[in-house]
Design a protein around this ligand. Sequence first.
Ligand code: PLP
Length: 392
Amino acid sequence: MSEKRHIYIDFNASTPLKPDVKAAVIEGLDSYGNASSMHTAGRSANARVQQARKAVAELLGAPPQSIVFTSGGSEANNTVFQTMRSLACSEDGSLLKTGRNEFIVSAIEHPCVLNAALYLQENGFKVTVLPVDEYGKLKMDALKAALSEKTLLVSIMTANNEIGTVQDIKEISRLVKACGAWMHTDAVQALGKIPLNVEDLGVDYLTVSAHKIYGPKGAGALYVKKNSPLIPLVHGGHQENGLRAGTYNNPGIFGFGKAAEIAAGELEEYGKQMAALRDQLKEGLLREIPNVKINGHPQDVLPNTLNVSFTGAEGEAILLAMDIQGIEASTGSACASGSLEPSHVLVALGLGAELAHGSIRFSLGWGITKDDIFYIIEKMPPIIARLRAMAQ
Ligand SMILES: *Cc1c(COP(=O)(O)O)cnc(C)c1O
């Protein structure tokens, strides 16, 4: 038996800071100047904010002036939905300004998109939730059927946080733009893992977050294509061209910039290394444990994500047993855990309750070694066997 290890394999929930990112965050903590101030301290903070903006923009193939810094992915997503709500309503919330007031999302969106959409639905807007196939791919026929001259916004995530399935955003955007609606994608999980280019994708809005790419929590950004509308969620000062008020979060933004810069340089290598380790883990689990089902698309999937269902064992019990062995993974998404409902993503794939409840997400990242994967492959079979026996 191998000696106990500590293996964090939950990088889709959040990532540790890279040392250079941590140095940039600390620099931001010491950079006390208000980046909007005229004096030297303010100007030096502002220079670093602009440097970060450029780094994030470059990672997306976007012009720097199209990047609006936010407190994270959730805020960026909500800003888009609230902008659209404002566009659809006059000041008294009733009259249509644009003639368009319908929203389209997929069934497997992150809760911060799904709940933003459901909130609009509760407030009288039509929201269509599109189905996905058994691999988590958006059903394009359903999209085509749902699009109309009433469609205001379509929001489809680039890559799913739980199963890693990557959508064909370019084709989706083409259909959405042909229909005259606005197109948004939540690319939080795709960033730094697969190449992203906003021009190529053809989107109007794209959301990213720092803490999924080895940056600090509480920092994110929204790409806003030139001439696409944006109404601030937070009103106040003139920061971000009046699109998002509030004194600049120097530590968060400096750290995000550094993380983006590093991610750009490592993108290819990261993809290769994660896919090799992920495949090693997948093959090991399939070889050593009977009745295992891999969830997600076999090819169009993030290189670091492996979602596995173990029939006849319960996800939270598996996680606890794994944690005792020093292995930290997750069931479904971190945001959904704590609820006894099965993951809405796995349900959307058509998994029965038993498989959906017995699923574990392994999400890999820097620092995980081949030996760590061997260790996991060694520790998992007895855990699953014991829990299955108990459930008999
Ligand atoms: C983590 C995550 C978010 C939320 O980003 P925060 O910066 O934590 O608010 C949004 N969408 C997806 C797909 C995510 O994985």
